[in-house]
Design a binder for this molecule. Structure first.
Ligand code: 2M8
Length: 449
């Protein structure tokens, strides 16, 4: 092989080695921190993504990562968005601010957790861990298979919690009670509902930590946004994290089309796991998948060509041009013509075909949207974990034709090597945290998958 054609291979090997080193360095022994300084605990959807990365290195460690997350599961079945590391006391908002076990018996006393959840990607991660372990060796496959029944019961409780408490009217769309539950904190998706969230006059004082870690404040949510996030936490705590009470009185109550698409795909994955275990819930899980696929497909706005969230306090669709709008491509359910139009939109100048993009990946918000900001967290930057997830879901649905160019573009972005949390879309500049665990997991799965 010539020296020139050898270069991409060497580049890939370096990225794999670098990604593995990031996961090792962020591993406390029992959990992988979402990021070394900015997020020094275990986050829910981060842990699922990280477990897929770990499965390429050591499938047993991948299972242990999810087991640790499961130790934080609430009596209701909810998987909390953060499981706190007791050794790390500097993070804000930490367990005292959430005060979960202090206000509800549903929360575990140990480990301490937050009181909200995140998109349910976990069954998809487990499906992938099983496949990777079986591909690795018969022994690795057998070990993961032996672990699977316990994980399945945890996942079943989690999925049942979501249908019971987050879609009691069986609409096929999950409701979220805080913007943090979407995982896309300050996305323009939430501008309207947050504009109606009053900052509590008696909001207990606080000192942010994120803006001390990321020195450029423009890359993080604003002070007013943070006041609203913290008011939301306070409101949930005062409601005892009781979902029925929050549905009746919560200030922020929206359907989340991305989480719903994740749930549709994850329900399909969990139904497959149930089938492989001979469990009795296959039909129930398939029905969830069907219901949520339909709910997501029905959310497409003909004008924008994107699926939209809805503000349940006003009944109005939230007309933001964000990556979440491509949710139906993750789970399927669109008619052939509508899916073709959505793929064309994805490739258009409003999205991956925008002439200014450094790499043809999906930015978190369309660069053609007035809400776009190239450096502000979920308002524009590109997130490798999101593009990886889109590639993964498209390939899972047999749409490798759409996934292929995206796969190559995100690999080019990742080759810059610092495993940044997100990137400036026009320059590729790494932003936010360096050595972000889920970015490393994305690199491992894209290169070794
Ligand atoms: C971000 O969320 C946390 C709050 O939970 C934060 O802004 O401090 C989001 O990007 C979220 O999706 C992610 O799970 C978390 C950890 O990476 O960071």
């Amino acid at each position: 092989m010539s020296a020139v054609s050898d270069l991409p291979v060497r580049r890939d090997a370096q990225v794999v080695a670098g990604a593995a080193a990031v996961l090792r360095a962020n591993d406390t022994g029992v959990m992988v921190r979402a990021a070394p300084h900015l997020y020094p605990h275990q986050w829910s959807w981060d842990a699922a993504f990280v477990s897929v990365g770990l499965a390429h290195l050591d499938p047993g460690r991948a299972c242990a990562e999810l087991d640790h997350l499961f130790t934080g599961q609430w009596r209701t079945g909810m998987l909390p968005h953060i499981v706190f590391d007791p050794a790390e006391t500097d993070y804000f908002p930490g367990p005292d601010r959430w005060g979960c076990a202090e206000v509800t018996d549903d929360a575990p006393v140990a480990p301490r957790t937050s009181g909200i959840c995140q998109p349910p990607v976990h069954a998809l991660a487990v499906e992938r861990i099983v496949a990777l372990a079986e591909r690795r060796s018969a022994a690795a496959g057998a070990r993961v298979r032996a672990w699977l029944p316990g994980a399945y019961r945890r996942l079943l409780a989690w999925h049942r919690y979501l249908v019971r408490e987050r879609d009691p009217l069986r609409t096929g769309l999950l409701t979220i009670h805080h913007g943090w539950e979407s995982g896309m904190d300050n996305s323009p998706r939430w501008d309207e509902p947050y504009s109606r969230v009053a900052v509590l006059p008696d909001l207990p004082p606080y000192r942010r930590r994120d803006t001390r870690v990321v020195r450029d404040a423009a890359q993080r949510p604003t002070r007013l946004e943070y006041d609203r996030y913290l008011s939301g936490v306070e409101e949930l705590r005062r409601a005892g994290y009781d979902d029925a009470r929050i549905r009746a009185t919560g200030g922020f109550l929206v359907t989340d089309v991305l989480a719903s698409a994740v749930f549709a795909a994850a329900s399909e994955a969990l139904a497959g796991i149930a089938r492989s275990l001979g469990a009795g819930e296959v039909a129930e899980l398939e029905e969830h998948a069907e219901r949520f696929r339909a709910g997501v497909a029905d959310s497409v706005d003909a004008g924008l060509g994107l699926a939209l969230d809805t503000d349940l306090r006003t009944g109005a669709p939230l007309r933001a041009e964000t990556v979440a709008g491509f949710a139906p491509l993750l789970c399927g359910g669109l008619g052939t013509a509508t899916e073709r139009e959505m793929v064309a939109l994805l490739r258009s100048e409003r999205w991956t075909g925008h002439p200014g993009l450094r790499h043809a990946v999906l930015p978190s918000t369309s660069p053609a949207s007035p809400a776009f900001h190239p450096r502000a967290y979920w308002r524009g930057p590109t997130w490798p974990v999101v593009d990886w997830f889109v590639v993964w879901m498209l390939e899972r649905r047999g749409r490798a034709d759409v996934a292929g160019p995206l796969r190559r573009a995100v690999l080019d972005e990742l080759a810059e090597g610092s495993f940044a949390e997100y990137h400036e879309p026009f320059t590729g500049e790494p932003l936010g945290s360096a050595a972000q665990s889920w970015t490393a997991a994305a690199a491992l799965d894209l290169l070794l998958g």
